[in-house]
Design a protein around this ligand. Sequence first.
Ligand code: M6R
Length: 637
Amino acid sequence: MKKIVSMCGIVAVTGYKKAIPLLIDGLKKLEYRGYDSAGIAVINSETKEIICNKAEGKLKNLICNVSHTNIEGTIGIGHTRWATHGKPEVKNAHPHVDNSGKVAVVQNGIIENYQELKNRLEKDGVVFHSDTDTEVIPHLIQKELIALNKLKLDNNGSTLLVAVRNVISDLEGSYALAILWAGAPESLVVARKQAPLIIGIGEGEFICASDTPAIANLTKIILPMEDEEIALLTPLGIEIYDSNNERQYRNPISLQISEQVIDKMNFKHYMLKEIYDQPDTAKNWLEKYLVKDSNTGKLEVNYPFDTKFFESIERIEIVACGTSKNAAMVGSYLLQQFSGIPTNVFYASEFRYSPPPLLPNTLTIGVTQSGETADTIAAINMEIKRRSLMSEKRYKPNILAITNRVESSIGRKTSNIIDICAGTEIGVAATKTFFAQLLSFYGLAIKFAQIKGSQSNQNIRELISDLVQLPPLVEELLEKHNKSSAKLAHDFFNVKDVIFLGRGINYPIALEGALKLKEISYIHAAGYPAGEMKHGPIALLDKKVPVISIATPGEVFDKVISNAQEAKARDAYLIGVAPDYSGTEIFDYLMTIPLTSEWISPLISIIPLQLLSYHIAAHRGLDVDQPRNLAKSVTVE
Ligand code: M6R
């Protein structure tokens, strides 16, 4: 069965203010969730009809459309879309409307049994107008409303609530939904299953959205919806029900984020600005997490958990996706080699379906900058559930989140959180959040090494002092490499393939270098552990394939240099990310980095690679901040 996947941001509002500006403002904050197409629907205040407006491409196209209309309404829904199937065309953009034009729906998620439902509806004569999974929902709701009217229910929000509840009981998959019905022109119904949805309580209106930034401009008082809840929102109030149809009462909470004004400064792209933010990222992290011990006067890592938390841990498993997984791999290296704790890293998407056997005293770490990545959240949920089924205390849920968004879904799963404090990252390609995730793992490794006694005090002091030196070092690196990597990009912007090699603690940096290059420049790139190259990838090499090799003095330096020699012998153009050090003369081009301890080298070697990717993509004239087919937050599996 072909799966139609839609991963998106939704926003909905009902109240006394004009809905369209609120919807557009919300969608602007959600564009990071997808930018293939966008749309809104409002109920016209005078005619009580649903009016839809959709546009292919970025949100600015919708904004332009809307500016040419004079629709007025105080209730509406909006959507920004990311699709892997069902082309980004107007017909597939949300909202989707039933054939009477009376029900409009926006959805974030996947309706896995949509084909079966569609077949059934088509048999009954329903005509479909899109290739999406979502379109079954308005048709099903309309059918249900007709059936309910036969039962003589009032034409009000409660009727819509009942209709939606009946329909979602037939839906398989995950979803966040917002629904308008012309029959109840002040009522909104919203529902969620394994996709986030947060209600904001404004002054005279309620707003509901996939994520808090879409709400924060209007109100800081929120009610996050729990899984499988459904709610009816009218200008007068909210009713929330759980999956057993029990009314839920709970107090709103206040949102701990401030509206940040994010300026590109004088940078051409956010990504470049964010690469340049990294010295400050380091400063902020160091200021927050390295504090002077009042007795010894020495700097210590100050994480918000007590010693007991670390003492009981015997092994660690880490779940993450994409760049966060690459950071986790550096983390795993540190936790094993520096702190002596057996650690495994898993793709969250694999872990959730084939986890390792549950062992006692295991800490599970979820790493996600957005805090919303569906696979990571599902893996963490599964782990919480698995452990809760065990009666013995040593299986108790030991879950830790490393995130840039403490108020996100992952932040609500556990009270053990390391806030990476990187500030908002706009570029879809993660840079400063990767850097801050790395720092967070250094903090953990130091903490574990101290508590488990796996390193001497001197080694621990040296690592702390290396971390303290980072901000000026990174600043110098940026100064040094920005121009030279732009020049290198000029020579290489047209290559078809690039190989990245690294070993040991820098193997994940080879993976991250390759990921950065492919996601923003669309050049094929692959990262390998340098020693593996001869077992297959070497067949790819010739003079058209540059090889970028990370060679930092330490345990495996000579090995990396030998592997680079092997590539050179196959005519590859060799670029080194290495200090000026004996052995590095074999490189055809050297991106010189300072000589540091091998432990902190990933925090250094990543910088020129980020700059090189950026300049290659910019040289190719690509949309660096919003690369094709990607989204900042991947909220479906
Ligand atoms: O928000 P997360 O850290 O969980 O996101 C995981 C990946 O989707 C993300 O790192 C992705 O690979 C980025 N585009 C990398 O730049």
